[in-house]
Ligand binder design. Structure first.
Ligand code: NAD
Length: 411
């Protein structure tokens, strides 16, 4: 398997298209983005020096609706990464039944090296220079290196250019700038809802032992909700190391501890383990919620969990996945497990379009309804075709996209 993320996503496309009997012209349409924008942003730094930044925005496929998703500010951004991420978002939106296509973009920059004023000028310039924008075309959200603050600047700049309010045109905004409630918690909560559904269907049951790698936005919320629902969280890890207690870790107390110390390490009453060992402890359910490619052909044999919920994007390499499948491990794929934020972002756009803002209960109930429906559709395809959950999710997504392309007369 190639290391190029875009080539890897094309590989998955071809495999799933074969299984779902997708027409060759649909595959041809999906082998490249519909629109690629690459542009430069010249900017005077605080010290007067002129710097030129490279920016990208890819509209991968808008058969299901306007493109939407993140803008990433990272130093190693390149077009292939943006294309791959735009493609994944196209699939994720289709899996989740969101009427949107996939988009992605960003700037090649290390935001930690910018002053606050430089970051604001660069963010506003990104929106000014972006050739196509607006709620019915392409909705940029936050991603690595961007935040609610940058999204508020993007919205403000866009509205300044347009001359009217347009809260549905930018996602991941703060609540004070027409954002949605519950966007920060959406992915971890979605992962919890799915874990609950899958464990029930697999007969694993409450009280099951859970290990979680990553205690950030996603892992921490999922840990809290699983703990509150009676699951036994036996191991947790972050970038600094891991902790283990066979009798279960008190998650609310761990949260207070992490707020004070910044890490899970040395939490009282737990045994110190490495970040990698978190993946290998005795447990029933494993949530990799940190980074990509942590489960490979090298460590797959050591993994004891019966169920892996892919909270991070791409935590299992294809080679690792083959070994896990041979051991009978069930893997719920990233495009399904972590689609909670994509769902709540689509709610944010809907609220902006209607200028009606929902309470938290409404957002959470709608999230639950949408993600459970996506899971049930995936499960039906797994059972009908005897395929993996990953293949089933991709097959369902491709079938939905094919129907839209046909209805529009594209193929
Ligand atoms: P985060 O930055 O809030 O937290 C990441 C956690 O992983 C931290 O605890 C960090 O210490 C740990 N970590 C980082 N590098 C690690 C490493 N090399 N080994 C072990 N632990 C490491 O990030 P997040 O928002 O919780 O996202 C987690 C994963 O989920 C990422 O892969 C992200 O792309 C994916 N994801 C997030 C969302 C979302 O809404 N936040 C949506 C979809 C996918």
């Amino acid at each position: 398997m190639s290391k190029n993320p875009f080539e890897n996503s094309l590989h998955t496309l071809h495999e799933a298209a074969k299984l779902a009997n997708i027409e060759p012209n649909v595959v041809k349409m999906l082998e490249q983005p519909q629109r690629i924008f690459e542009f430069t942003i010249p900017m005077k730094m605080d010290n007067g020096e002129l710097k030129i930044f490279t920016a990208y925005r890819v509209h991968y496929c808008d058969a299901l609706g306007q493109t939407k998703d993140g803008v990433r500010f990272v130093p190693d951004l390149d077009l292939d990464i943006v294309k791959a991420l735009g493609f994944w978002m196209t699939i994720k939106h289709a899996v989740a039944g969101i009427p949107a296509g996939g988009g992605k973009g960003g700037i090649k920059v290390d935001p930690s090296k910018l002053s606050e004023c430089e970051l604001e000028r660069l963010t506003r310039a990104f929106i000014r220079k972006l050739p196509v924008k607006g709620a019915w075309v392409d909705v940029p959200g936050a991603d690595i290196g961007t935040s609610a603050k940058t999204q508020a600047w993007m919205l403000d700049e866009l509205e300044e250019i347009q001359g009217f309010h347009s809260p549905a045109a930018i996602n991941d905004k703060p609540i004070e700038a027409n954002g949605t409630l519950y966007s920060r918690e959406a992915t971890g909560t979605g992962a919890y809802f799915l874990t609950r559904e899958v464990t029930r269907d697999l007969g694993i049951g409450k009280g099951a032992r859970v290990a979680i790698q990553g205690f950030g936005n996603v892992g921490r919320i999922a840990a809290r909700m699983l703990f509150n629902d009676g699951y036994k969280v036996v191991a947790v890890g972050d970038i600094f190391g891991g902790i283990y207690n066979a009798n279960g870790i008190e998650i609310p107390t761990l949260e207070d501890y992490v707020d004070k110390t910044g890490a899970v390490l040395d939490f009282p009453g737990t045994k110190k383990i490495s970040t990698a060992e978190v993946l290998e402890v005795e447990c029933d359910i494993l949530l990799p919620a940190a980074v990509q490619s942590v489960i490979t052909d090298v460590n797959a044999d050591k993994i004891k969990a019966k169920l892996i919920m892919e909270c991070a994007n791409g935590p299992c390499t294809p080679e690792g996945e083959l070994k896990l499948m041979a051991k009978g491990v069930t893997i719920i794929p990233d495009v399904l497990t972590n689609c909670g934020s994509a769902i709540v972002c689509s709610f944010e756009r809907t609220q902006g379009l209607t200028d009606t803002y929902w309470d938290e209960e409404t957002v959470v109930n709608k999230l639950e309804e949408r993600i459970v429906k996506a899971y049930k559709e995936t499960l039906a395809t797994v059972r009908a075709n005897k395929v993996t959950y990953r293949d089933a999710a991709w097959m369902n997504a491709l079938i939905k996209i094919q129907k839209a392309m046909k209805a529009r007369g594209w193929v």
